[in-house]
Design a protein around this ligand. Structure first.
Ligand SMILES: *Cc1c(COP(=O)(O)O)cnc(C)c1O
Length: 396
């Protein structure tokens, strides 16, 4: 997820355009802007890039998820099916919408499995929120078919998956709405920012309104705008959007580099026995931000993770012990320590997240290590890395 690795004159130029005008706001001030509409142009380029009819930028990926849930009418008491392996933001957004997260099993795609979703559906289920983890698509065509069959809203958390596709279609464009993040560690970064995409005019309109206090952006004068609904302030600033305009143009370069580096690592690791790789429903569509592999058991995975660190192979993640990305270590979530969870606390039957049992997910995550793929590795660094990894794997 390396947008920050290739900052340069392109980003500076876009930001200076905005500073020259003094208009940091994405709406209005037409005469003063000297023709610069950074948020709008980022939106139209993003929509084109993922082949979605509409895109709306907002202040973060977490905001995008909350906007999507609101636009789709998901709220108090509605159950939303989520994976236990994601960044905690997915859960925060569901709770902030007043909805109830329900966990389903992931499989060797490291994303929600269709069978897991099916087992988690109840009469209160309103939506499924799969996460395209670590830069590659879930089995999202199967998940979409299942949602269609059951009449469930599909919202995709594609915050880590800009650039990933399944059979040529962008991750984030299979359901009613898709969400992206451009935070400082994502593939394309704009400092802080996010976006929702959709093919539905109505959902797009609801998203724009919700993200800006319900303003309908109808009149020329902000004071004269209409309001159908209450919203929030999840606007992006023109300065952040400007960075995104330059970064998005670099996406193809990033994908090429990442795929090259990941390909070399994977090729070398294939020769080690007892190693499995994350199943990719479409290997060609992988954005290749991470290489995830499975060891034969949990204790080997722990040992390998430790040894990789000692061997100087950096940026490796053993998520099972990590308290950002896997349910097992989200003590604050399981205790629902959040004002956002007030609604859940008042349910007649509050879900008991301490008791959630996901043996299939535990068994997979206990054996998984993911390695971040960087853009700026030299051929020498890559060779050294490969030698380090092979050495560790052969000793275990
Ligand atoms: C980064 C991320 C988010 C949240 O994005 P922010 O822009 O940091 O708010 C949500 N979901 C996943 C899976 C992420 O990786």
């Amino acid at each position: 997820m390396p947008g920050f690795e290739i900052f340069g004159d392109e980003e500076r130029k876009e930001v200076l355009d905005v500073l020259d005008t003094g208009v940091l706001f994405r709406y209005g001030f037409d005469p003063a802007r000297k023709g610069h509409w950074k948020a709008k142009s980022f939106e139209s380029e993003l929509a084109k890039r993922v082949a979605s009819r509409y895109a709306h930028l907002c202040s973060s990926g977490t905001a995008a998820l909350q906007i999507a849930l609101n636009a789709c009418g998901i709220g108090a008491g509605d159950e939303v099916i989520v994976p236990p392996f994601t960044f905690i933001a997915t859960l925060e957004a569901v709770l902030n919408a007043g909805a109830v997260p329900v966990f389903a099993e992931i499989d060797d795609t490291l994303c929600l499995s269709p069978a897991g979703i099916e087992a988690a559906v109840s009469s209160a289920t309103k939506a499924v929120l799969p996460v395209h983890m670590c830069g590659a698509a879930a089995a999202i065509d199967e998940i979409r078919d299942l949602c269609d069959q059951k009449g469930l809203v599909l919202i995709e958390d594609a915050c880590q998956a800009l650039g990933a596709t399944l059979n040529g279609k962008a991750a984030g464009t299979f359901g009613q709405m898709g969400c992206y993040s451009f935070d400082p560690v994502k593939t394309v970064t704009c400092g802080e920012g996010g976006a929702v995409v959709t093919d539905s005019r109505d959902l797009y309109t609801a998203a724009c309104e919700y993200a800006d206090h319900g303003h309908d952006h109808g009149g020329n004068d902000r004071g004269l705008e209409g309001h159908r609904l209450l919203g929030a302030n999840f606007r992006i600033s023109e300065l952040n959007a400007a960075v995104g305009v330059a970064q998005l143009k670099k996406l193809d370069h990033m994908l090429t580099k990442q795929r090259e580096h990941k390909g070399a690592l994977k090729e070398a690791m294939r020769r080690c026995k007892d190693i499995g790789f994350r199943r990719l429903p479409d290997e060609k569509g992988d954005s290749a931000t991470f290489l995830s592999f499975f060891l034969r058991d949990e204790s080997t995975a722990r040992q390998v993770a430790k040894d990789l660190g000692r061997a100087g192979v950096d940026s490796c993640f053993y998520w099972y012990d990590n308290n950002w990305h896997y349910l097992r270590r989200w003590d604050h979530f399981r205790a629902l320590n959040s004002g956002a969870a007030l609604f859940i606390h008042r349910l007649d039957q509050r879900p008991d997240y301490e008791a959630v049992n996901l043996p299939a997910s535990d068994s997979i995550m206990g054996r998984t290590i993911s390695m971040l793929i960087k853009l700026n590795w030299s051929a020498e660094e890559l060779d050294k890395r490969i030698a380090g990894i092979i050495g560790v794997l052969q000793r275990n």
